[in-house]
Design a protein around this ligand. Sequence first.
Ligand SMILES: NCc1[nH]cc(CCC(=O)O)c1CC(=O)O
Length: 309
Amino acid sequence: MSENIIRIATRKSPLAMWQAEFVKAELERIHPGLIVELLPMSTKGDVILDTPLAKIGGKGLFVKELEVAMLENRADIAVHSMKDLPIDFPEGLGLQIICEREDPRDAFVSNNYKSISELPQGAVVGTSSLRRQCQIRAARPDLVIKDLRGNVGTRLAKLDSGDYDAIILAAAGLIRLKLKERIASFISAEESLPANGQGAVGIECRINDERVKALLAPLEHVETRYRVLAERAMNTRLEGGCQVPIGAFAEINGDNLTLRGLVGNPDGSEIISGMVSGSKVDAIALGESLAEDLLSRGAKTILDAVYAS
Ligand SMILES: NCc1[nH]cc(CCC(=O)O)c1CC(=O)O
């Protein structure tokens, strides 16, 4: 491979392309003379659009093709939304960089209402996320949750066509796609704990590719890494895939990291939540200890039932 080229494997969705373009622009800014090429590709998750994600199963629905491209040396790096990235990597590949986090909150999007509490009895809310569904239904058991798939633009179009009274999306995706004005209100972490890694972009590469690793190093954001490591460690210990009713959200104050987490029934009838605090350098241990705490208080029973269904 030529010394001054980096090839980025990316999904073709507008958000994935934004993230890849962001990494390309950063690399070109930091390393004048470096040529960065995009290799857009479709993944299984992009092709199967009519089935709820939780039912398609299989880990890495949105990443496998990108990883094969790196292993076959058709690409050097892949840019991912951290929250969609599986815990395990194929041999030879690894998560190298976590970039600075965008707003991690969920966003309430509606053309008629300002917030969940304003929704009338029995209103229809669109989301395919068990995590969002569980927390919304815990607060408002009367609401009807209707599946909502597709990329951000598709989901907004379905809202606009009148299929839903409101939909829930990650604020980060809307902000990045310059659709912030579509956000009726931000949902606080107290109302809906975000998914692990939400709003953060990660970069995967071949673990033995020292040239690429050196070029990527300046994109690392240390605070985001600690936060996302704690959140992912909790998820890993809970053996959570990406389609699980699990929320995890870490914040850092000085050297102190506080991690909040929850596991719930998709119907919102039961939510087990907890919190840990400690030194940020112990991020992974903090995540694991919160997972143990949740498991000891009944999370295992809930998750077993979700995985079996
Ligand atoms: N599961 C899809 C997905 N993956 C990443 C984002 C956007 C924000 C992010 O980077 O977390 C979204 C859309 C959404 O959840 O609304």
